[in-house]
Ligand binder design. Structure first.
Ligand code: NDP
Length: 525
């Protein structure tokens, strides 16, 4: 272990750099991705256990994770954990006291090793994502690259936090401040960044010395399984991360209400986040702490365009923000707010660019959009399209086709800022285009939702940009670029209002959420 500590310590001193995405125009990369897709195809349909304290448990019933492009194709069968097993997983995690005494640099070393292995398995993990959630090649690869970034970033951050912290020194005492772990964390990620967010929340939890019960989203358990394999292969002690698949609505409460759970790291929808917030606020029998709830929730993000903007760039940004990964990003720009003088012009450009997007088979590298994640998503989104047809003017798309859950990129123009499709998170490829009288009106409309996650402004007017820095109330604000594509370290991520607790994942403040600080002072002799 001394070697691991030494190597982690020296690697932590090297500057963090974002992992480059794979260039799929290169024939060797296309070939490698094709081969990985073939390999994954041969591995489809197996059954996977829970992992509690290193024990693999396959008892009980299973549920299928299916390919949304082809719902009769089973990705894998996963074990449906019971409420009792959820309790057991928490108890095992709580009993694992030795982990918090493992030196921080050694814990960071596990993250570096996991990053290395994930880099080696890059095409393979991308392939699983293409099959399991219908990501296009570049979207899947960006997700894996972000997962690698989180591992690399949090490893360095842990080493920083384990170092001497600045406190004011007085003559009569020796003082220090150390960050110690919280305890057991329930980690509950969404399916839409099945690698990045799952890896990010889980690794932040255990690198800080906590133990984890990881309950992946039921539509993307395979990606979490692949991460568990990596953790096993790098020799992370059994019991540090416990793997509990099953429906959130069945086992979620048992996890959140468990008196031995100290914190919950959740990313997902507003409604589930609110429920977790409420349940976590109550003390349960035997509980001796306030539970910490780290909650990252939905968005209704806007791309604002004023009359000074580069209109082509703005239209490109609107389309990429609205339709990347089928609009299933919390940062998706689902509202385009365009000032009246350039409204028709920008709308026309958006229509033309949207018509050029390809929807279909994501195992082919040239496909831009795949299916939405499941039947429920399909029903919800097509329901919103029907509402949208009443609330505005359908100018592109609106259709859907099977047998997978394919929905055309849909643009609805002339939408009132208070219409349902302009206020509620649809989480699909539906863009509401809203006309603003002028820049003031556009800013007002942009802020006039209950969310506050990301926002973009396309403008060449420096004074307006300065104003937007003050007035645009979002956690991640972008100028003259799309609203999606936050990079670890560069754009610490998290939103305001109903978008959550603004945890700023991938930033210097993030790991503090998984620790508590102890101030220690000794009177000098
Ligand atoms: P959900 O809220 O449906 O699910 C998120 C996770 O919560 C899943 O693991 C789910 O499990 C679990 N869950 C569901 N019900 C409960 C419950 N009662 N108690 C405990 N856990 C529960 O969100 P989605 O997975 O559909 O993700 C999409 C949402 O995530 C969007 O709203 C999006 O904006 C948001 N998001 C926010 C981000 C941010 O940083 N702010 C980033 C990415 C996404 P199961 O799958 O078994 O139901």
């Amino acid at each position: 272990m001394a070697k691991m500590i030494e190597s982690a310590a020296s690697r932590a001193q090297t500057p963090f750099k974002n992992e480059p995405v794979i260039d799929f125009t290169k024939p060797e990369n296309r070939q490698a991705q094709m081969e990985a897709l073939e390999q994954v195809k041969r591995e489809l349909g197996q059954t996977y256990p829970l992992i509690i304290g290193g024990k693999k448990i396959t008892s009980g019933s299973t549920f299928a994770s299916v390919n949304p492009s082809q719902p009769d194709q089973v990705i894998g069968y996963f074990t449906r954990a019971t409420v009792e097993q959820a309790g057991e997983a928490v108890k095992v995690a709580a009993a694992f006291e030795t982990w918090k005494h493992v030196p921080a640099k050694e814990r960071a070393g596990y993250l570096f090793s996991a990053a290395d292995l994930l880099k080696q398995r890059r095409f393979y993990v991308d392939a699983w994502m293409i099959y399991e959630v219908g990501k296009s090649w570049p979207e899947a690869d960006a997700d894996t690259a972000e997962a690698i970034d989180f591992l690399e970033f949090y490893a360095r951050e842990m080493v920083r936090l384990a170092g001497e912290q600045p406190v004011v020194h007085i003559e009569s005492e020796d003082s220090e401040l150390v960050y110690i772990p919280l305890g057991v964390g329930a980690v509950i990620p969404p399916w839409n960044f099945p690698a990045a967010i799952m890896v990010g929340m889980t690794s932040a939890s255990f690198v800080t010395g906590n133990t984890v019960v990881l309950k992946p989203a039921s539509t993307s358990p395979m990606i979490a399984w692949q991460f568990m394999r990596i953790l096993e292969d790098i020799g992370l002690p059994a019991g540090v991360v416990n793997f509990l698949t099953g429906s959130g609505s069945t086992i979620g409460d048992a996890l959140i209400e468990h008196p031995l759970v100290r914190f919950i790291a959740f990313t997902g929808s507003r409604d589930v986040g609110l429920r977790i917030n409420e349940l976590a606020a109550k003390p349960y029998k035997g509980q001796i702490w306030l539970k910490r709830a780290i909650l990252e929730m939905g968005g209704k993000d806007a791309v604002v365009v004023d009359e000074t903007a580069d209109l082509d760039a703005a239209a490109d940004g609107i389309v990429a923000s609205a339709f990347g990964f089928q609009g299933q990003k919390c940062s998706a720009g689902s509202r385009a707010i365009i000032v009246e003088p350039v409204y028709d012009q920008v709308l026309q450009k958006v229509i033309e660019k949207t018509k050029r997007l390809t929807v279909g088979d994501v195992t082919k590298p040239e496909t831009y959009m795949g299916p939405v994640v499941d039947e429920n998503a399909m029903k919800k989104i097509t329901g919103f399209i029907e509402i949208g047809k009443q609330e505005g003017r359908l100018v592109v798309g609106g259709g859907h086709h099977g047998p997978g859950y394919f929905i055309e990129p849909t643009v609805i123009a002339d939408v009132d800022p208070h219409a349902r499709i302009a206020q509620e998170e649809i989480f699909g490829p539906v863009l509401a285009v809203i006309k603003a009288k002028d820049f003031d009106d556009a800013m007002h409309i942009a802020n006039d939702t209950e969310y506050g996650l990301t926002g973009s402004l396309y403008s060449r007017d420096q004074q307006r940009i300065e104003r937007a820095k003050e007035e645009y109330h979002v956690g991640n604000l972008y100028f003259n670029r799309k609203s999606t594509g936050a990079l670890v370290g560069v754009h610490p991520f998290g939103g305001f209002n109903m978008s959550g607790t603004d945890s700023k994942a991938g930033g210097r403040d993030y790991l503090l959420l998984f620790t508590q600080a102890k101030a220690i002072s000794a009177k000098k002799a």
